[in-house]
Design a protein. Structure first.
Length: 254
């Protein structure tokens, strides 16, 4: 009899232990569900994010989109911002034999100014092309500095951060700004764009585009290139390669 009672007590103890384990499992499952809801589901794109992505499809990009988590450091060979901080550089950009006067602002955008002063001094942009033209009512740019007509950029030369980005997302005619990979504040490179009419570019998840300077004379050179239109086969009727091939003859800054 005592053996049977001891066996019964053992069964009851195991049942109580199993109930405790089951209850704990339920608590853990509920807590885990709460964590997942707060992390995974909260990261779903919002309507604003979706609209920003759509807008980015027509923005000045040096190449394909890059992850916002890309390394926030400058590539080797990118000059320090201190080399241009507080300085103003003037010079010229010659396209197809026609000259634009330019001014680069090292006060508002010291890192960008340092980069383009270095590119000018080294002659890096000489012989490169202006591969992209947009002619829409809200976006009127000529994008330059690509290695070839495909818009190829130098993946080994990237830098940031963003500087002097317009709060109103508007880029007046004559603006010289830095093209970059989408959604990456450290995706700037050696390409730039010139607005030949007032233009608007919605920010992407990284922000806007660094305004490094402006055209002081000869903006009509770009307007004439734009007047010839966009070549067939681009991403749209108003965004693609210019009908008139454009080469950078020289870019100098003093």
């Amino acid at each position: 009899m005592e053996a049977k009672q001891e066996l019964r007590r053992g069964h009851e103890a195991r049942r109580r232990r199993d109930n405790v384990i089951a209850s704990a499992a339920v608590v853990v499952a509920v807590a885990l569900a709460g964590v997942l809801q707060g992390t995974v589901f909260a990261s779903n794109p919002t309507a604003a994010d979706y609209e920003a992505v759509k807008a980015g499809l027509n923005n000045p990009s040096a190449s394909a989109s890059a992850s916002p988590s890309a390394a926030q450091t400058n590539a080797p060979g990118v000059p320090a911002a201190s080399t241009a901080a507080g300085k103003t550089f003037t010079g010229s950009l010659v396209l197809n034999g026609s000259t634009l006067g330019v001014q680069i602002d090292g006060t508002a955008a010291p890192q960008a100014a340092a980069v383009f002063k270095s590119l000018a001094d080294q002659g890096t942009l000489k012989g490169r092309v202006c591969h992209r033209l947009t002619t829409s009512a809200t976006a009127a740019i000529l994008q330059c500095g690509a290695a070839d007509a495909t818009g190829k950029s130098d993946a080994s030369y990237t830098w940031g951060p963003l500087e002097n980005t317009p709060k109103d997302q508007k880029y007046p005619a004559g603006t010289i700004a830095v093209a970059r990979t989408s959604n990456n504040a450290y995706g700037n490179g050696q390409q730039f764009f010139i607005t030949y009419k007032d233009s608007t570019f919605p920010n992407d998840s990284a922000g806007g585009y660094t305004v490094v300077g402006h055209v002081t004379s000869g903006l009509d050179v770009v307007s004439k290139i734009a007047a010839a239109g966009v070549a067939p086969g681009g991403s749209s009727a108003d965004d693609g390669a210019p009908v008139t091939p454009v080469t950078i003859d020289s870019f100098t800054l003093n």
